[in-house]
Design a protein around this ligand. Structure first.
Ligand code: BES
Ligand code: MN
Ligand code: ZN
Length: 496
């Protein structure tokens, strides 16, 4: 789908030439593009302000059938996210007009004070992600994704970054896969089916997949996972996705073992502590962490990453029934600690601690990162677009925050105060799965997890806000966002 091309602009054959434009500065130097931009700016409805757009048919001077100008606002404020968003908007407009193919004109990286690679990558990402539609459940498929999106660049750029489009397709392909899984209805992704979907997606890669079924979960004393899954007719699973790079030399060079964990609650009704009915349908997205981890492994394996990555994914459905766990139940977690279930709706942490202790015991990871739609409290704290990062390892936390700035999957550092651990005391067991205070729920959830990390460098990312979007964005439509895949790929690059 993606390509970087160069050539004589006047002769470029395309259904739609997309030209990003700033209001106060020329950001192109191609004479034909500059002339067209001047012509576009003569219309009073287009001055290059942020959000504006103007479509010209048979624009002249160039062979292209249409020219779509996109306003980017002031050039001093333009960053790679602005380019990502512009590319997404451009592709979206082409989809709506049933134009099957487009050419995006790359701006001058130097004017924008961006690295050439970052500039091209942002355009390619915005275009690829903006080209995704989730219409699997519609009989009538009104809109179709474009079959070809090219970025028009300088000849030396096209040569130097010839492999960039394929890499972006692989990474963003992971994001799109995670989006599809998150948006999928909960009746089609109960634990058995969701596990199968993951296995099927990873089948062709060099990834060793182990599926622990309910029997093996019992044998391994995964009582947290079993307790949460007890109310569903479909028993829980735990998936272990083990990626090892091809050559031993490569593996030796990088001795780090990274474990990624993802919360895989295919539907969170709350269990016996049943959730209120408003917004209950959104709880199909409670497996977003699992989706992001599985998709990250797929993308990393496809790119032949040079380090070992292990995904550990507990998959359960949290339902009320006669067999469901009750508030007041006490379980013995995989690590041996007893846990009082104060609230069956605080289920994410119960499945994650078993997965974490298992990972610690089996793999002795150097780094362990979990992603989970863990608390509504984190959404209250940071809103719907920013994730919370919790870690007692400041360096690891900073890597995640910095990676998030690059990919625009924003992560904000959150505190883990020792003294708040008191709030998790239980009268009867070693620890309780809910806090005795109404406040700071994202923090107490993270502190609960921290009791099960062993010696590994560990970080927890609460993605309850950004995993899902109720509204269309510039390069992501309403539904699952695939948050975490590009982020983890960037984190893994920075760790190795
Ligand atoms: N899956 C929810 C958290 C959530 C809320 C995700 C909103 C996405 C959007 C989680 O399992 C949950 O129910 N958390 C409770 C914890 C409470 C019972 C301690 C919450 O946040 O209210
Ligand atoms: Mn819950
Ligand atoms: Zn949940």
């Amino acid at each position: 789908v993606l390509k970087i091309i160069s050539g004589d602009m006047e002769k470029m054959d395309t259904g739609c030439l997309i030209i990003p434009v700033c209001e106060n500065q020329a950001i192109h130097d191609d004479p034909a593009v500059l002339k067209l931009t001047t012509a576009a700016k003569r219309f009073k409805e287009f001055k290059g302000k942020k959000g504006e757009s103007l479509l010209l048919y048979d624009p002249g001077k160039i062979y292209a059938k249409r020219a779509l100008f996109l306003g980017l606002g002031k050039f001093e404020k333009l960053n790679s996210e602005g380019l990502r968003a512009a590319a997404g908007r451009g592709i979206r407009q082409c989809i709506e007009r049933h134009i099957p193919e487009a050419l995006i004109c790359a701006p001058l990286a130097t004017v924008l004070k961006l690295q050439e690679e970052a500039m091209l990558e942002a355009l390619l990402e915005g275009a690829f992600l903006g080209n995704h539609l989730f219409d699997r459940y519609k009989n009538e498929k009104k809109d179709k994704p474009l079959t070809q999106v090219s970025v028009y660049a300088k000849p030396d750029q096209a040569k130097a970054y010839g492999r960039l489009p394929a890499r972006v397709e692989t990474v963003c392909g992971g994001t799109v896969l995670a989006r599809e899984w998150v948006s999928m209805p909960p009746n089609d992704k109960r634990p058995d089916r969701f596990s199968q979907l993951i296995c099927k997606a990873l089948k062709k890669e060099k990834i060793k997949i182990t599926v622990l079924d309910a029997n093996r979960l019992r044998r391994h004393r995964m009582s947290g996972i079993l307790a949460v899954g007890a109310g569903s007719c479909v028993p829980p699973r735990m998936l272990i996705l083990d990626y090892h790079p091809g050559s031993p030399a490569k593996a030796k060079k990088n001795k780090q073992t990274v474990v990624l964990l993802g919360k895989g609650v295919t539907f969170d009704s709350g269990g016996i502590n049943l959730k209120p009915s408003t917004g209950l349908e959104d709880m199909k997205t409670d497996m977003s962490g699992a989706a992001a981890v599985a998709a990250t492994l797929l993308s990393a394996a496809r790119l032949k990453a040079g380090y070992r990555i292990i995904g550990v994914i507990p998959v359960v459905e949290n339902m009320p029934s006669g067999d469901a766990s009750r508030p007041g139940d006490i379980i013995t977690s995989h690590a041996g600690k007893t846990v009082e279930i104060g609230n069956t709706d605080a289920e994410g942490r119960l499945i994650l601690i078993d997965a974490m202790s298992y990972a610690v015991k089996m793999y002795h990871p150097d780094v362990m990162i979990d992603m989970a739609t863990l608390t509504g409290a984190c959404v209250v704290a940071l809103g719907e677009k920013i994730a919370g990062v919790f870690s007692s390892d400041a360096a690891l936390r900073d890597v995640i925050v910095a990676a998030g700035e690059t990919t625009h999957e924003r992560c904000w550092p959150m505190p883990m105060p020792e003294d708040y651990k008191e709030l998790l005391k239980s009268d009867f067991a070693d620890i309780k799965n809910i806090s005795s205070s109404r406040w700071g729920g994202a923090i107490t959830a993270a502190l609960f997890l921290s009791e099960f990390v062993g010696k590994a460098r560990w970080a927890h990312i609460d993605i309850a806000g950004p995993a899902y979007s109720a509204k269309d964005g510039p390069y992501c439509r309403a539904g699952g966002t695939g948050f975490g895949v590009r982020l983890m790929m960037e984190v893994l690059n920075r760790l190795s």
